[in-house]
Design a protein around this ligand. Sequence first.
Ligand code: NAD
Length: 373
Amino acid sequence: MSVKIAVLKETRPHERRVAMVPAVADKLIKLGAQISLQTGAGDAVKLPDSAFKTATFAADPIKLVKDADIVVSVQPPAIEIVRAMRAGAILISFIYAHKEVELTRLLRDRKITCFAMELVPRITRAQAMDALSSQAALSGYYSALLGATSIARILPMMTTAVGSIRPAKALVMGLGVAGLQALATARRLGAMTEGYDVRPETKEQAESLGAKFVDTGVDARGAGGYARELTQEEKDKIASVVTKHIQSADIIITTAAIPGRPSPKLISKLQVDGMKAGSVIIDLAAEGGGNCEYTQPGETVQVGQVTVVGPLNVPSMLGEHASELYAKNQFNLIELFLKDKAIALDWTDEVVAKTALTHAGEIRNEAAAKAVG
Ligand code: NAD
């Protein structure tokens, strides 16, 4: 008997990723799994069914999941999919329980063991399973490209027969995983780069990427390596330093986030109104409401002579590599409990215990249990 893994085709608008790639399917089969994919699961990333040599296919997702031991997807699956899963089966996906109250209750009531990818603990041992980081790295890279193609300027210095063009200035606000990739990419494209964050340890990280650190003197380190919310006094102190950097930048990329809170506002309307004509803000925090007061999630808006871009689901725009990294993250998680052709969950393992959203009729994550009620 082998463990049956079912791979769903994503159905949410603009989602191009797929939770399985052929190399990962082969590795899972070596561990004793049997892989079934929903027909056309990889179509959006030009990964045809024929690329999965060792898998079987089913067009109907309900039939696909009915006898599966593990179901994998990128986005939370539809309610009817979870209804069709057998009690005790495992679901691995991004969920974000506070946005998926009905689904989370159903996962609990159907006694599904759900591992929510956003809950993977941020400890060294779990880095290879951390899909938030793998996807954020891609978003950071892409934000610099979006910035470069949204202005009518070049990024590097260029000497021509009619004179020299000065390099563009790129300012990255929020230097987590995405922000550091944005800095590195903008620099590779030839821009002069500046970075800013409220965690002082990011100074050295920014400088190691050839960027100048904008030092505001504010230290807002919170729990678990994340930032905390700022006081009004801290916000004013920061604005007094950061405004002139905002207003001399050609490209601004913002990535700031505080876990469980709406995106902090780092750029006010007033600051945008004083920005250089022709410059752009790429707001990677648009999903959580945005870091700029002018950001419209999912839209590109023109504010005077400044463009404010609020892209959603940026990793999906790089669906091929995003799928590859995501599938590898999931494989590393599955490898923890798929042993000798059987599933054995070790609840003393911190990664297993903390990533579990629901198990055996309970919501195991405290914040999710509170949100779901
Ligand atoms: P994130 O997405 O939560 O936030 C992005 C950045 O925004 C952070 O650097 C944060 O400090 C910054 N920020 C928040 N409020 C701000 C404000 N008002 N002004 C300016 N910046 C602000 O961050 P992330 O990418 O998830 O990374 C957070 C930390 O966790 C990093 O130190 C990262 O290296 C660490 N991490 C560790 C692991 C691991 O050990 N497994 C995995 C991933 C991330």
